[in-house]
Design a protein. Structure first.
Length: 261
């Protein structure tokens, strides 16, 4: 059983438990259900930098990255730096995140927020909206085509953007559908955790222009982004590079200035 299988098995138990504690109809009473979401896809189309900056405390591959910062400070720092959006990890067991992080980031900033999570159930899509997300992440490696369709169509009904993440050509082929806004290529193999930007470059030609192309993982230099822009990528998800510093906002600011220079 690889790490991805373990995470999904644990996530199924977690979602079942949550459903028994808080019903979907209770989630739907959240004041944030009425909020008009901000489109990350549109923000990326209009941006020179395309940076989606991440809040991540730890990961299965890197253990502790940064446990000591308040999510509000990180969110404000990213917004001030000019990031197009912020990715907030809400998985607790493997990444040290929580839904509280999402709601605190929402209270601190008005940039688009991506709920970075292993979404396997419609419950989590409603939950994302109820806690202030603008965008959900769907991972092709853990979902069937039918599940991607059901989850993405529900997200669109709720006014959320959808970022669909793929790792290879087979995942991309099964996933293309009109209810997606962005196609993300994860340069990290979730089974081995090895990283290669060649994954993004290879798959870019197979992604239709209707979708905003996003490259994820292993991006740590301005040069890498310039290279990926040649392959029509408009979004770049950066996590550890900013989070491993004492001040992710300042780190993101310097990076974005250099990129736009």
């Amino acid at each position: 059983m690889n790490i991805l299988d373990k995470i999904v098995a644990d996530k199924r138990k977690e979602v079942d438990l949550k459903k028994s504690l808080i019903t979907i109809s209770q989630l739907e009473t959240s004041i944030l259900m009425e909020r008009t979401s901000i489109s990350l896809a549109e923000a990326l189309r209009q941006s020179n930098s395309g940076i989606i900056a991440e809040h991540k405390r730890r990961s299965p591959s890197k253990s502790v990255i940064n446990q000591g910062l308040s999510v509000q400070d990180v969110a404000k720092g990213y917004a001030d730096a000019g990031a197009c959006g912020m990715s907030v990890l809400t998985d607790g067991k493997y990444f040290g995140g929580s839904l509280d992080d999402l709601i605190l980031a929402r209270a601190a900033t008005n940039i688009p927020l991506l709920r970075k999570e292993f979404i396997i159930d419609e419950y989590q899509v409603v939950e994302a909206k109820a806690y202030g997300a603008d965008v959900i992440l769907l991972i092709a490696a853990i979902l069937s085509r039918e599940e991607i369709k059901t989850l993405s169509e529900l997200a669109k009904k709720l006014g959320l953007d959808v970022l669909l993440e793929v790792h290879n050509e087979a995942e991309l082929e099964k996933s293309l559908m009109p209810s997606l806004d962005m196609l993300g290529v994860n340069n990290r193999n979730l089974k081995t955790f090895e990283v290669s930007l060649e994954t993004s470059k290879t798959l870019s030609a197979n992604i239709p222009d209707d979708f905003v192309k996003v490259s994820e993982s292993g991006i740590s230099s301005v040069e890498a982004i310039r290279e990926l822009k040649e392959f029509d990528f408009q979004g770049f998800l950066i996590g550890e590079n900013f989070m491993k510093t004492d001040n992710p906002g300042i780190s993101a600011s310097g990076f974005i200035k250099k990129l736009e220079a």
